[in-house]
Design a binder for this molecule. Structure first.
Ligand code: NDP
Ligand code: 2IT
Length: 447
């Protein structure tokens, strides 16, 4: 729906006050467009100051990180942490270590997190952080020294009641462990609830490593059930081959679907007989190799360098690598090849034009802020376990995750129907998340 005069003015101001942040503009524009029906129905929500505050981060920290590599060379990187909204709870969201990270990328991710975290219903505000540090090819010692240098500044800004970082691209349980070790050393406090995604032995939660990928698949299962389908015998293409992609592939396999392709930043892997989670595990975790090594182990598979996997025919697409990785031409190819559903494992992987193509073709489309919310939801479960020094079983935690994903799915559908957009998960997710955070902001007064 087109923007009204108030939101048009606000959006133009956001663009001019935040130049050179195209991903942030894109994320804000998407939300402002899809909440229009709610603004029209409840004029009090059109209060420009509410929307202005919603789109202005509460705080943004940028800092210098100095570290020394194995050859004795000194490197200077830039660190970020944006606390976007604490209306619903302490800032919560991951850290991304990738050379493409800049303030605009961190702000778009933190902004998306506002609505995602609201959808979980778990009392978590929104934040995101990271660095332009490139971890590829770095030794374990270099990663540790970088994490320690990063935390030397970040520790001032975080804590279990303030801001709780976790993983994202380039940050997994190893990095979270090194970050927590430095936090513990500097603060003299074993505050396990300051970071989530920890290894089990230092206070992590079962299911957190799997949660985002599994959660996406539970969401897809609910979307398909709505249309009278199941995952059994469906053909799926997943992009990426990191944390989210690997666990989505494993769960899809368990549920009887065949994942015929996945990818990394250098190309895609096509395995018509179905990507095998055990071989993927061997390649990524045992050999710590790039994805092309899979094709050396499975003769039926081939690695296609320099291309994305979207022209491989499939019924379900799960983009799970990075933002804007699936464009209009990819969407057209997917639709032409018999697509039924798309669930975003990554944050904002589909461009606005691609989403339009899916919309026009009547494809079930789940935005990342709904479909990938299982990761942060399970982080909130890790915080609960840390707060009461408890440890939950795998099956209890997995069941809570599955229930949460079904509940988010249903909330999206009910909200979408309520605003005369039946089946529109984007409208449902954005309006529902917005209404929750807006009512908390109103309750808190002008802060
Ligand atoms: P990982 O670092 O584990 O994996 C990232 C994967 O994406 C790798 O296969 C990587 O390939 C690929 N990739 C990264 N950047 C690019 C690029 N520019 N072009 C093509 N491929 C790329 O990260 P995660 O799996 O944790 O995160 C993936 C996505 O999921 C991100 O958008 C993240 O924000 C989102 N997400 C993650 C959650 C989590 O709990 N981890 C929760 C919710 C969302 P290569 O190895 O070659 O770099
Ligand atoms: O994008 C995301 O939701 C994450 N990277 C996970 C955040 C978290 O705090 O677990």
């Amino acid at each position: 729906m087109p923007l009204d005069a108030v939101t048009t003015g606000l959006y133009n101001e956001i663009v001019s006050r935040n130049p050179a942040e195209p991903e942030f503009h894109q994320a804000v524009s998407e939300v402002l467009h899809s909440i229009q029906p709610a603004l029209q129905r409840q004029p009090s929500l059109r209060d420009a100051s509410l929307l202005q505050r919603l789109c202005e981060p509460e705080r943004q920290v940028m800092f210098r990180i100095v570290w020394v590599d194995d050859n004795g060379t000194t490197h200077v990187n830039r660190g970020f942490r944006v606390g976007f909204s604490s209306a619903l709870g302490p800032y919560k969201g991951g850290l991304r270590f990738h050379r493409s990270v800049n303030l605009g990328v961190v702000k778009f991710l933190a902004f998306e997190q506002i609505f995602k975290n609201a959808l979980t219903g778990l009392g978590i505000g929104a934040g995101k952080g990271g660095s332009d540090f490139d971890p590829s090819g770095r030794s374990d010692g270099e990663i540790m020294r970088f994490c320690q240098a990063y935390m030397t500044e970040l520790h001032r800004h975080i804590g279990p009641q303030t801001d709780i970082p976790a993983g994202d691209i380039g940050v997994g349980s190893r990095e979270i462990g090194y970050l927590f070790g430095q936090y513990k050393r500097i603060t003299n406090r074993f505050e396990a609830g300051t970071l989530t995604g920890k290894d089990l032995v230092i206070g992590g939660s079962l299911v957190r490593p799997e949660a985002t990928g599994y959660g996406v698949v539970y969401f897809v299962e609910a979307m398909l059930a709505e249309r009278g389908h199941s995952l059994e015998d469906k053909t799926v293409v997943v992009s990426g081959s990191g944390n989210v992609a690997q666990h989505a592939i494993a769960k899809l396999h368990q549920m009887g679907a065949t994942v015929v392709a996945c990818s990394d930043s250098s190309g895609f892997l096509h395995d018509p007989s179905g990507v095998r989670p055990d071989v993927l595990h061997e390649v990524k975790h045992v050999r710590r190799a790039k994805l092309d090594a899979y094709a050396d182990l499975v003769p039926a598979a081939r690695f296609v360098p320099g291309r994305s996997p979207w022209d491989i025919p499939c019924e379900i697409a799960v983009p799970a690598a990075t933002q804007n990785e699936l464009g209009e031409a990819d969407a057209v190819a997917l639709v032409k090849n018999g697509l039924i559903a798309v669930a975003e494992g990554a944050n904002m992987p589909c461009t606005p034009k691609a989403v339009e193509v899916f919309d026009e073709a009547g494809i079930a489309f789940a935005p990342g802020k709904a479909a990938n919310a299982g990761g942060v939801a399970t982080s909130a479960l890790e915080m609960q376990q840390n707060a009461c020094r408890d440890r939950w079983s795998f099956s209890d935690t997995d069941k809570t995750l599955a229930d949460t994903m079904r509940s988010i799915h249903n909330t999206c559908l009910i909200t979408a129907a309520n605003y005369e957009k039946p089946g529109d998960y984007v409208t449902g997710a954005n309006i529902s998340g917005f209404l929750t955070v807006a009512s908390a902001m109103n309750a808190l007064g002008l802060v």
